[in-house]
Design a protein around this ligand. Structure first.
Ligand SMILES: Cc1cc2nc3c(=O)[nH]c(=O)nc-3n(C[C@H](O)[C@H](O)[C@H](O)COP(=O)(O)O)c2cc1C
Length: 287
């Protein structure tokens, strides 16, 4: 762990986070709601909601379910589409101190490349986070599960952007380190780990799954030890910066990720419980 756990973090290609604490994708939207609740510009990075070529309405409700120490979600990548993000949202980020990293998702290499190309000329976009690991859409996990497919995707995106490319890894694999090594070799500047774990909750009165698609993604404190083990394995496998995410609720649980070698962290589900969590994590790391 670096001596100054709250100092600036260089993720490569000119992307320097003012501090290591970020808001995890899908738990802070595009920043505008949280901006009304907290001093969002004190946070180091905003990783936006997963953004796709076309607007998506997302999955049918219910989309979230509470579990022991966590929650399941099956949002299904609801977002306005990359053109709307570029035209309507990006101008609103002008002047923000927080680094806005756009999380993108897709069903094919071409879709990821298209989103990246649309975002490339936009100054307000500080970097790209490739979600190769969303468990809540059909085909969404394919890239994250297969090191060869993941590398092919990263190489294609690498070819069309000068921006920092962060690859968000899936924990729902046998060997997360192998995927991390593959995307590093393909040109990723950094990796973030982990996305949600596949989980299911049964509505006991009916015997059916609470979430209409059956499974969802598990997040929150319940996954912190699992995420920590995955991040430790990734940190041992690669030389590029690793961003730890999964179950962080306070500075202590964030520091665990820095101890195993992460350069930065993201706060996700805990922001739903308390919008101030990321700021409290930052203050705690400074203290
Ligand atoms: C409601 C919800 C929506 C999410 N949407 C995305 C997404 O669009 N793209 C993505 O890469 N991760 C998404 N995630 C995963 C989070 O960014 C994070 O990796 C995961 O929740 C683990 O961190 P946490 O335990 O701190 O929440 C989502 C998580 C939640 C809870």
């Amino acid at each position: 762990m670096s001596e100054n756990a709250s100092g600036a973090v260089d993720l490569g290609r000119g992307l320097i986070l003012p501090n290591p604490v970020g808001l995890a994708s899908g738990t802070a939207g595009y920043g505008f709601e949280l901006d009304q609740l907290i001093d969002i510009n004190r946070v180091g990075a905003l990783y936006t909601k997963g953004t796709t070529v076309r607007a998506r309405e997302g999955n049918p409700p219910p989309r979230v379910a509470e579990t022991g120490g966590g929650m399941l979600n099956s949002i299904g990548l609801q977002n306005p589409g990359v053109d709307a993000v570029a035209a309507e949202y990006a101008p609103r980020w002008k002047g923000w101190a927080i680094q806005v990293i756009v999380n993108i998702a897709g069903g094919s290499v071409e879709e990821y490349v298209h989103c990246t190309t649309v975002l490339e000329p936009i100054d307000e976009v500080a970097g790209i986070e490739l979600n190769i690991s969303c468990p809540n859409i059909a085909r969404g996990l394919d890239f994250g599960r297969d090191p060869v497919a993941a590398a092919r995707l990263v190489a294609a995106v690498r070819a069309v952007t000068e921006r920092c490319v962060i690859v968000k890894l899936s924990p729902n694999v046998t060997d997360i380190a192998a995927v991390a090594r593959a995307v590093e070799d393909a040109g990723a500047d950094a990796v973030s780990a982990v996305n949600t774990y596949i989980g299911r909750k049964i509505h006991r009165a009916s015997g059916r799954s609470v979430l209409p698609l059956g499974n969802g993604g598990l997040s929150g404190p319940a996954i912190q030890p699992l995420a920590l083990a995955a991040v430790a394995a990734v940190c041992e496998a690669v030389d590029i910066p690793v961003i730890g995410v999964g179950g962080i609720v306070d500075a202590a649980s964030a520091r665990d990720f820095l101890i195993v070698g992460a350069s930065a962290v993201q706060v996700g589900t805990a922001t739903f419980v308390n919008p101030e969590t990321a700021l409290q994590v930052l203050d705690g790391l400074r203290g």
